[in-house]
Design a protein around this ligand. Structure first.
Ligand code: AMP
Length: 398
């Protein structure tokens, strides 16, 4: 039986959110709706989820000792990782001691390391993936590239959002890809994966939720990536019945292997009726922000229902919808949005402003959402509304 008591009392529930970005902010709002206290962590002050959490702690979540101290002090009922860059071995140890990590500590540990997740998906489960090899040194890398062949994709073993990732089309690009992977990897220098380039027709995120009543799937989300970051997503991605059935089978196998309760973003490449596994996030996915307008329970609401051990008897899909990332460019701590009156004047549009406290270079600072007659209409509406938004970045006059 699930019991949720008054917040801040002995029987109240408390969540420790590891990572306070825009996805964590929506998760926090959903937790608050169930009367769960939220303590939000991130490496910088003023992160989006901190604006809506009960309390905030600024700490490097890669510091395992610091993370352990906070867990022992706060005694959370739920530890909810919202980013990849966390001291996951500490989470594994904490889980063994009885702390509840969402969906499981092992899932967060395996999915942050491309070696671990490939080993699970391709070797243990036999799921179709791109051909791949790992390399620890430059010589091993050159040998791997010659075996895999061109074009290939080179990525640091530990990285996300396209950091240090390159597409190698010709021999002259091989050296540069190694250097970029060395600079872009999370642990600094280190191992890389060399993947055969998959000439897919389209790629999807299949949001898959493991909950007390079983496994449920959202409608497939199509998306467009640039520089490893998502720009646009839409739902439902049209696909054949055969491909959709296969996609659900792959999602089922990988999420069952990772276990626990929560939402997973299963990233798949589709070519004809073939489905190729790419990656999985054991948490809400950025391309899934479209569900803020397309479903009665967004991916964030589903995550929270699942992790609280509450039932999800249905996922009601409202119809074709799209999301468009709002990107700011410049340097400064004053980020001013305008144009909302025009953008939101079109029926069926909505938006989120994340409230990020600073922009250095490029940063995703908001998202435009739209419903449409069909996916094309929804994408066009989101695009047109996004074009109305001006984002001015400057320094705050002290
Ligand atoms: P990842 O960081 O692994 O999710 O990759 C980011 C994006 O790069 C993917 O969403 C794809 O658009 C593209 N990509 C990654 N790996 C491959 C591959 N092996 N073949 C083709 N495109 C890829």
């Amino acid at each position: 039986m699930v019991e949720i008591g008054t917040p801040f009392t002995a029987r109240g529930k408390k969540a420790l959110l590891l990572g306070s970005g825009e996805l964590g902010k929506e998760v926090t709002i959903e937790l608050q709706r169930y009367g769960v206290e939220v303590v939000a962590l991130d490496k910088y002050a003023g992160a989006p989820a901190m604006h809506v959490a009960n309390r905030a702690i600024v700490v490097s979540m890669l510091d395992g000792d610091a993370l352990r101290r906070i867990v022992e002090e706060e005694k959370p009922d739920y530890i909810i990782p919202e980013i990849e860059a966390i001291a996951t071995p500490t989470l594994v140890a904490l889980e063994k001691e009885g702390w509840n990590v969402v969906p499981t500590a092992r899932a967060t540990f395996i999915t942050m390391n491309r070696r671990e997740i490939r080993n699970l998906a391709a070797v243990e489960l036999g799921l179709p993936t791109s051909p791949f090899e790992f390399a620890d040194t430059e010589q091993e890398y050159l040998d791997a590239v010659s075996r895999i062949g061109l074009p290939c994709v080179v990525k640091p073993v530990m990285s996300s959002s396209g950091h240090g990732q390159s597409l190698v089309r010709e021999e002259s690009e091989i050296q540069q890809a190694w250097r970029e992977a060395q600079e872009g990897g999370r642990a600094g220098q280190g191992a890389v994966i060399v993947e055969g380039f998959v000439d897919f027709d389209y790629e999807i995120t299949l949001l898959t939720v493991r909950h007390i009543g079983g496994t449920s799937y959202c409608e497939p989300i199509g998306h467009y990536q640039k520089n490893g970051d998502y720009q646009r997503s839409w739902q439902p991605q049209p696909m054949s019945e055969v491909a959709l059935t296969k996609a659900r089978e792959v999602a089922r196998k990988i999420t069952d292997a990772l276990g626990g309760y929560g939402i997973f973003g299963v990233e798949l490449f589709i070519k004809g009726d073939d489905v190729i596994f790419s990656e999985v996030s054991p948490r809400p996915h950025d391309t899934g922000m479209v569900t803020l307008i397309s479903q009665h329970l967004s991916e964030f609401a589903l995550h929270v229902r699942a992790l609280l051990g509450l039932p999800i008897p249905e996922i009601r899909f409202y119809g074709p919808a799209a999301s468009r990332a709002l990107l700011a460019e410049g340097n400064g701590k004053s980020i001013v949005f305008s144009g909302m009156e025009k953008a939101l004047a079109t029926p069926g549009t909505d938006m989120r402003i994340f409230g990020k406290p600073e922009v250095i270079g490029h940063r995703r600072v908001g998202v435009m959402l739209a419903e449409g007659r069909d996916v094309e209409d929804a994408c066009a509406k989101a695009e047109a509304a996004a074009a109305e938004i001006k984002i001015e970045v400057s320094d705050v006059a002290e």
